[in-house]
Design a protein around this ligand. Structure first.
Ligand SMILES: C[S@@+](CC[C@H](N)C(=O)[O-])C[C@H]1O[C@@H](n2cnc3c(N)ncnc32)[C@H](O)[C@@H]1O
Length: 264
């Protein structure tokens, strides 16, 4: 397939993005974990773990790990709460590695369900899940607003949505240093190890577009979530978004700014 040189939301359709992202993650799955830990110096493990600090689940709870990839977030949830975990991802190759990890760790496979599908159309019943986790996935969705509506639908009342996503540090000096690493050094190492020409160019580009063009908090509010908190981690390299479904009702309003003013 041909890849766009620049992933600009203005010149790429939803369908293109879905196709592009799926092919890319299907092609880099073998080196994904290694590069994740290497390029973040292992801090990604801490981010997933720390994000669960305020969550209370038990072994009967159900967690949907959306954009689960090779499963590290879902596995962390299971390790902490012994709960059921549904791993959901558009790229089937990553889920094969998730399956392998469940086997290698000798975990009870009846506690896991892996589904190859997209966040924009979740094949689960209304109000069926206690926790939805998304780590480094939402910026890749071809329609994040649709996905957040779907998440609201399938969460139970009092259910929680946790989103970990890359951001850019606010401190100008740290931001400059980080951008140098993220935009120049990381794509080189990523290309060498993954052998993918595009994937690690796509990473900083997709984070830049996400920062500039997406207002994820508004999307969460519009979908009906409340009690929204944003917690910067490690100088704001990553943000943790926490949101609650406090009732089945939601009020759809296209004017996101007006809605935001009224509710925060
Ligand atoms: C950067 S990886 C993150 C994987 C994992 N959550 C982690 O923490 O390492 C992003 C994942 O999002 C998946 N993805 C992208 N778009 C998706 C969509 N529309 N629906 C479901 N999964 C999607 C990709 O296939 C990929 O596995």
């Amino acid at each position: 397939m041909s890849y766009p040189n620049k992933l600009n939301e203005n010149n790429i359709t939803s369908l293109d993005k879905r196709h592009y992202v799926r092919s890319m993650f299907n092609s880099i799955y073998r080196t994904y974990d290694l590069l994740n830990h290497l390029l973040s110096l292992g801090v990604d493990i801490y981010w997933r773990k720390k994000s669960l600090s305020n969550v209370n689940l038990d072994q009967n709870s159900v967690c949907l790990d959306l954009a689960a990839g090779t499963g590290d977030y879902g596995l962390e949830v299971h390790k902490k709460f012994k709960s059921f975990v549904i791993g959901y991802d558009i790229a089937e190759n990553s889920l094969l590695l998730f399956k392998k990890k469940i086997k290698n760790k000798k975990l009870d496979k009846k506690r896991f369900l892996l589904i190859n599908g997209e966040a924009e159309n979740i094949s689960l019943k209304d109000s069926s899940v206690d926790l939805v986790t998304i780590a480094f996935g939402i910026r890749n969705f071809y329609d994040s607003q649709k996905a957040v509506h779907e998440i609201f639908r399938i969460l139970k009342v009092n259910g929680t949505l946790l989103i970990l996503e890359f951001g850019l540090p606010k401190n100008p000096i740290i931001r400059k240093l980080y951008k140098l690493y993220f935009e120049k050094i990381l794509p080189l190492i990523g290309r060498m190890i993954s052998k993918s020409e595009f994937a690690y160019k796509y990473l900083p580009e997709s984070v830049r577009l996400f920062e500039q063009q997406k207002d994820i908090i508004s999307e969460i509010i519009v979908a009906g979530f409340r009690d929204i908190k944003v917690k910067p981690m490690t100088f704001g390299i990553v943000n943790l978004y926490e949101a609650k479904k406090v009732s089945e009702e939601y009020y759809y309003n296209d004017d996101k700014n007006l809605f935001r003013k009224l509710l925060t």
